[in-house]
Structures are given as C-alpha cells and as structure tokens.
Design a protein around this ligand. Structure first.
Ligand SMILES: Nc1ncnc2c1ncn2[C@@H]1O[C@H](COP(=O)(O)OP(=O)(O)OP(=O)(O)O)[C@@H](O)[C@H]1O
Ligand SMILES: [Mg+2]
Length: 302
C-alpha cells in the first residue's frame, strides 16, 4: 500500500534533504531512498556534496555511476567529472570557439577553467543534472542528499543569480569585436538564460524539501533563517525532521538530555505547526549499512 507523507500522495518525485552540517541529512536521505525502493519505485539517491557520504552510509563502493544497492535502489555522487561532461554536452565547443579566437588554449584546459571559475557554474550544472535525470524518466523517485546548508543555499541561488548576471551579458558581448561571431555568442547566452530559468522553475515546482534539524539551541535559532532563505527563493518546506531525539530510559544522564531537548522540540512544534514534523530517535549506534537503515525506516515513515 502506498503511504502518505505530509498529506501528499507519496507517488514518486524528487525529495531534497537539507540542513546544517552533521544533523543527519545523509542518514535521512538514505533511509528515504530505501523506503521508496521498498515500495517498488525505482529510486536513485544522489549526492551533490563535495565530500559525499552516501556510499559510506550504504557501505557500498561506487564503481559504477549509478551503483546498484538492491532491487530498485541505486546511488550516485556528483563530482567534477560529471560537471565537466555536462558543460561539454551543453556548451563546450560553441563557447570554446569564441574563447579560442581570443586566447590560445586547449579544449580540456578550457573546460576545467570554465567549470571551476565561472560563478556558480558547477552548482548550476548539478541542478541541471538532476533536472535532466527527472526528465529522462529513468527513476520514479530521486532522493537528493545535499551539502551543509551554506553550500546548498548557494546551489539553490545559482539559477537566480545566473539569470541576473546574464541580463548584462548581451551588452558586454555585443561590444566584443569578434568578427562574424556576435550572433552565435548571443545564441549561447540565450541558451544559458533558458537553462537557468528552467532550473529555477524545476526547483520551485518539482523538488520537495525536507529540512533536517536537531533539538539544540543553535540549530533551533538557525531554523528561522533557513525557512526565510528558502522562502525568499520561493521554495516551501514539506517536512521538518527532528533528528537525534533522546528517549530517556531511566538513567539520569539521558533524562537530563531528554529534558533539555524537550524545550526545543516544544518550541519547534509551536513555531512550525503548519508543516509535518517527524521525530527521529537517537540510536545507540551510528547508522550505517542496510540493516540499520531498515531499522529506522519505520521511524521516518509512519
Ligand atoms: N538518529 C541517529 N541516531 C544515531 N546516530 C545518528 C542518527 N542520525 C545520524 N546519526 C549519525 O550522525 C552522523 C552524521 O550523520 P549524517 O552523515 O547523516 O549527517 P549529515 O547532516 O549528512 O552530515 P554532513 O553535513 O557532514 O553531510 C553519522 O555518523 C550518523 O550515523
Ligand atoms: Mg551528509
């Protein structure tokens, strides 16, 4: 039977897990991926973290991208190679031709230079990569594990930023005196503008955001800012996961921790009463490997 999450019919889609560093984003993303795969949906868990840990949590080697974990479940980690290939496919030779008429540079160096230097370009391509995966229809469900918040917000802002940045581009490029090249350059810019606009629309309309937090002072204080930032981009949060919730078992130590956490948990429920809130208990062991992930699936999906 298909279960429901946050009132939405849980029938596939793209789920992004975001939050500050170390709160359990990858653990929740991995668990969610396992859950959707167990419902028979072909699921890809994909990370855009520069120091990814999906493979580590699944205790899998990513020799192939994507790597098969079990029936219906695949994982992948996006790295600089995929980003460079993406550039190559989308813009490579055209822009290179323009560049090459000014600077003598070989093509591989050019692609490395562009993908590392242009503001937010690799972020843009990460969003685009996931959008293309979605369009391809290869997977029913995509679970997107992100880097800690600062980097993720930068990634989310990229399409918007690039649209702004490119407003100036025609003025600059139209003054470049590259004989016979003006029109192709303008076409490239138009394609780029379209890419950014498509990516922004994709993030707004198709990606379902889950925010992961822990019941502690700093994390609670930061929540407001995170909601504000996401709201500024027009992204709504569907679920708030409070991770590492301590269940007191009689020991004075755990009782003290649980009491302290309760203050923040209550504040979260009061402050964010309009979204679905899920508590994920703190486990006695770190969560690694399919058996442990299976164990916590029931807590994340009631
Ligand atoms: N509910 C839990 N109970 C016990 N350990 C947990 C729980 N959730 C996460 N952990 C452990 O906490 C550590 C950090 O979790 P995880 O890697 O999922 O966080 P993250 O937010 O993805 O971190 P990063 O910001 O570095 O990407 C891991 O060792 C994980 O096993
Ligand atoms: Mg992580």
């Amino acid at each position: 039977m298909t279960r429901t999450i946050g009132g939405c019919n849980d029938n596939g889609g793209i789920y992004m897990f975001a939050g500050k560093g170390g709160v359990g984003k990858t653990t929740c993303a991995a668990t969610a991926a396992l859950h959707y795969a167990s419902l028979g949906k072909k699921t890809l868990a994909i990370s855009t973290d520069a120091t990814p840990s999906l493979a580590h949590i699944f205790e899998a080697a990513i020799d192939d991208k994507p790597a098969r974990i079990r029936d219906c479940l695949y994982i992948s980690e996006l790295g600089i190679n995929e980003i460079e290939q993406m550039w190559d496919r989308k813009f490579g030779r055209d822009v290179y031709q323009v560049f090459f008429s000014i600077v003598d540079i070989d093509y591989d160096s050019f692609v490395s230079f562009m993908t590392s230097m242009l503001p937010g370009l690799s972020d843009e391509f990460m969003v685009d990569y996931i959008r293309e995966l979605r369009i391809s229809g290869e997977y029913d469900t995509i679970v997107w594990d992100t880097a800690p918040l600062g980097q993720t917000l930068a990634l989310l802002e990229t399409p918007n930023m690039l649209v702004e940045h490119l407003k100036l581009a025609p003025r600059i490029y139209s003054r470049l005196r590259i004989s016979g090249k003006q029109e192709p350059v303008m076409n490239i810019i138009k394609r780029w503008q379209k890419l950014s606009a498509d990516n922004l629309a994709f993030l707004r309309s198709e990606v379902r955001f889950s925010l992961v937090t822990i019941p502690e002072a700093l994390a609670f204080e930061q929540l407001e800012g995170i909601f504000g930032e996401l709201g500024r981009f027009g992204f709504g949060v569907e679920r708030l996961i409070i991770n590492n919730v301590v269940r007191a078992d009689g020991s004075a130590f755990l009782k003290a921790r649980a009491e302290q956490q309760k203050r923040y948990i209550d504040m979260i429920y009061r402050r964010y009463s309009d979204i679905e809130i899920i508590e994920l208990p703190m486990h006695p062991c770190e969560i690694k490997g399919l058996d442990r992930l299976d164990e916590i699936e029931g807590s994340l999906f009631r």
